[in-house]
Design a protein around this ligand. Structure first.
Ligand code: NAD
Ligand code: DAU
Length: 377
């Protein structure tokens, strides 16, 4: 079936994996990747598919309502997968307004443009879908009641074989919203707008809340790529607080597969939590990264442990995230394809093999390139 899908934020980390999957998997779809190319957007992430006939890139700001109206019409968009956002918690603490602008006003502009376009068509919302990609951070923080971890299953609400849990509670689709950072507050607000457009105007929406992603093409301000790069360069590894916060990690390609599945088969107006039952205490994860990078670089075991520096904690730092993704598994049959050990091996190998990609970003050459591009417009 021919479809015209607008993917926003497709030059970013997760978006680039979603664009790649959709372009390769659905040659009959026209995939329109709309991205402002902020510091986090990088077209080098899509070099392998940019020549494909079913792919178009549009540089635009989701908060520009008129431009969104134009794009919806010009490309006759019948499905939106919305990932564009300001995504880094530390940046949101420094500049919360940018997060409200993009994540709240940007999402609202996109919703409004989709609404106006779809309501103008004879078939209206039939065959349409607005998919909003959100985060588990909107649910706030879970209690860390088992700091050393326990086998999940019998004693906890969510179960997965061999899964270590650091508490007995998990985020489910009905968990109360309780955001703590300007980033998560802005994402929570955008989720509410998306659901309001369904309830008020009948827009066919679906929302997913996913746990921490890792894998190739993640901007090296986030924990895993930052630490891999710092180890490679013998630089310090700033561990916030005591390193005891817990995150639930999912390989990015598994998130992209879930998005594809839910976009096509998820129920309208539903929420699905996406996660791999893969909780890690930061400091334990950091030690795995150190061990893996040292081994791949041929360093003796423990060589880079001395780079760890405990630094002042992130303000409002959430203690524990843990997703219960059984609804997605039971209703749509999704399961993560990769074991964490395999995912981390692949990820470290990718960053070490793609030093040019990371060097371009960290050297400033990449930001400079886009600064020049903006200046020339
Ligand atoms: P990212 O920061 O790597 O990419 C964001 C992309 O959005 C960039 O390409 C950027 O240029 C683009 N963008 C930013 N502002 C824009 C604007 N005003 N108009 C158009 N494009 C704009 O982010 P990511 O980690 O890939 O996250 C993508 C989405 O997934 C976000 O909505 C995020 O909240 C959500 N999410 C992320 C994670 C994670 O672990 N990274 C987990 C769950 C949910
Ligand atoms: O849970 C999903 C969220 O995961 C997404 O919505 C966000 O977009 C994404 O950025 C991520 O948020 P986190 O704040 O969890 O990710 P980050 O990589 O910034 O940090 C992971 C953990 O590591 C967190 O507990 C803070 C800690 N940390 C992070 C950095 C950058 C450190 O200890 N030192 C660091 O230098």
């Amino acid at each position: 079936m021919k479809r015209n899908i607008l993917i926003t934020g497709g030059a970013g980390f997760i978006g680039s994996h979603v664009v790649r999957l959709m372009v390769n998997r659905y040659p009959d779809y026209h995939i329109v990747n709309l991205d402002l190319l902020t510091y986090a957007g990088n077209l080098a992430n899509l070099k392998d598919i940019e020549h494909k006939p079913n792919y178009t890139f549009v540089k635009a700001d989701i908060a520009d309502l008129d431009r969104m109206r134009q794009v919806m019409k010009e490309y006759e968009i019948d499905g939106v997968i919305h990932l564009a956002a300001e995504s880094h918690v530390d940046r949101s603490i420094k500049n919360p307004f940018a997060f409200a602008r993009t994540n709240v006003m940007g999402t609202l502009s996109l919703l409004q443009a989709a609404r106006e376009y779809w309501e103008s068509l004879p078939e209206k919302y039939a065959g349409k879908r607005f998919y909003h990609v959100s985060t588990d951070e909107v649910y706030g923080s879970l209690a860390l009641t088992h700091p050393d971890g326990i086998e999940a299953g019998a004693t906890t609400k969510a179960s997965a074989k061999g899964h270590t849990a650091y508490g007995t509670e998990f985020f489910v689709e009905t968990s109360k919203y309780d955001p703590h950072s300007p980033y998560s507050a802005s994402k929570a607000s955008s989720d509410h707008f998306v659901r309001a457009y369904h309830d008020t105007y009948g827009m066919p929406v679906v929302v997913t809340n996913c746990s921490n992603n890792y894998g190739p093409y993640q901007f090296p301000e986030k924990l895993i790529p930052l630490f891999i790069n710092n180890i490679r360069n013998g630089k310090e590894l700033p561990v916030y607080g005591k390193g005891e916060n817990v995150r639930d990690w999912l390989f990015v390609e598994d998130h992209a597969r879930a998005i594809d599945l839910i976009f096509h088969s998820g129920k309208t107006a539903e929420t699905y939590n996406i996660g791999g039952f893969n909780e890690w205490k930061n400091i334990d994860l950091i030690k795995v990264i150190i061990k893996t990078v040292d081994r791949m670089l041929g360093n003796p075991e423990g060589h880079s442990l001395g780079l760890i520096r405990y630094v002042t904690d992130r303000p409002g730092h959430d203690s524990r995230y843990a997703i219960d993704s059984r609804k997605l598994r039971d209703e749509l049959g999704w399961e993560p394809s990769l074991q964490f050990e395999e995912g981390i091996e692949k990820t470290v190998r990718w960053y070490l093999d793609n030093q040019e990609w990371i060097d371009n970003i960290t050297s400033g050459a990449y930001e400079k390139y886009y600064e020049d591009m903006y200046a020339n417009r």
